[in-house]
Ligand binder design. Structure first.
Ligand SMILES: [Zn+2]
Length: 339
């Protein structure tokens, strides 16, 4: 009896130390990242004048006219956020700042012009009220839960380019915010992701974005047809040009999208399975400080290995993480299209 009492006291002390350790780690991360972000803001303010108002990026392919056989995509940059590299990838540096993008990807198939597909929705015009509704003050200070230079997709796109469907890579706040701006669009998600969106809460899922809305949710009909090592896939237009792949791990129903464009480029949008492309090249997980962002870290490592093998098996595959601005800058942003 005495022994079990002592053991129970020890266990309680241990638990308390663990909780305090995590709280301390969280606070250290916030302070360090706030310092790093402030430093980055001071350093790159000149650069961003060019990004927002300057000429298009020097790289990427401008293709304003659709040819008969071309599937094309455009990246709509809805916002950005400077984040210390140490929060994004194992072994990253605290004082190296990486610009994260919040994007929506519009896909256009020339034989299905009334069925444009948007992959993720980016940030909406109401993102600030969503953050106020669903995040406490402490969370609102975390760089990865912030944004700047907001330009919602709905404000950039003319009405003739609106999507019929929006497929979510996952239901986290920075991918689902823009849904509210496209009330007529079907919202496609893996069954597990829809259930996750219904049952989860902040800081991952914002109830203000996904619940109580009249969105037409539709479960993606995956079939067991393997594409580049991914076993559950859905061929959107039936010709292999746009394929959604089940990629659970970051969230229970995470989804990737492989697009083969008219010119034969193979763009593999991998959502938040990794935050930086280098995580596939070097097969690195997210850092310990951000590991809780992954629902199943072990499963994420399996998906990283699968993506690394996919790239090795087909050198034309281009990995595009949802937030990696260095990869996305090279493709360019709407109104530039990638053909
Ligand atoms: Zn994200």
């Amino acid at each position: 009896m005495k022994r079990s009492l002592t053991a129970s006291i020890r266990a309680n002390i241990k638990m308390e130390i663990k909780v305090n350790f995590h709280q301390a780690l969280f606070l250290i991360a916030i302070v360090a990242s706030a310092l790093a972000s402030a430093l980055a803001n001071a350093q790159d303010s000149r650069v961003h004048v060019t990004i927002n108002g300057g000429p298009p990026a020097p790289t990427g392919e401008a293709t304003p006219i659709i040819s008969a056989s071309s599937v094309r995509v455009t990246l709509i940059k809805t916002a950005e956020a400077p984040v210390p590299e140490a929060m994004l990838i194992a072994g990253g540096a605290w004082f190296t700042t990486v610009m994260l993008n919040h994007i929506a990807v519009l896909v256009e198939h020339p034989q299905h012009l009334t069925e444009r597909l948007m992959f993720d929705a980016g940030l909406s015009a109401s993102v600030e009220s969503e953050r106020q509704a669903d995040l406490n003050w402490l969370y609102r200070q975390v760089p990865m839960l912030g944004y700047r230079n907001l330009r919602p997709a709905r404000q950039q796109l003319p009405s003739e380019l609106l999507p019929k469907m929006i497929a979510l890579s996952h239901a986290h706040w920075d991918h689902a915010s823009g849904l509210v701006d496209f009330p007529a669009a079907e919202v496609w998600a893996a069954t597990a992701e829809r259930q996750f969106a219904e049952s989860s809460g902040p800081p991952a899922v914002f109830p203000s974005q996904v619940r109580g809305k009249t969105a037409q949710w539709k479960d993606i009909a995956f079939t067991p047809r393997t594409v580049c090592g991914f076993e559950q896939t859905h061929d959107v237009y039936g010709d292999g040009s746009v394929i959604l792949v089940a990629m659970p791990g970051h969230t229970p129903g995470s989804v990737g999208m492989l697009v083969t464009t008219g010119s034969g480029r193979k763009l593999f949008f991998v959502g938040d399975t990794v935050w930086l492309k280098r995580a596939i090249t070097d097969e690195l997980p997210k850092p310990f400080i951000s590991r809780s962002a992954d629902n199943e870290p072990t499963q994420v490592r399996q998906q990283i290995a699968r993506l690394a093998a996919c790239v090795k098996s087909d050198s034309k595959i281009e990995i595009i993480p949802a937030h990696d601005s260095s990869v996305q800058d090279a493709l360019g942003y709407y109104p530039r299209w990638v053909n």
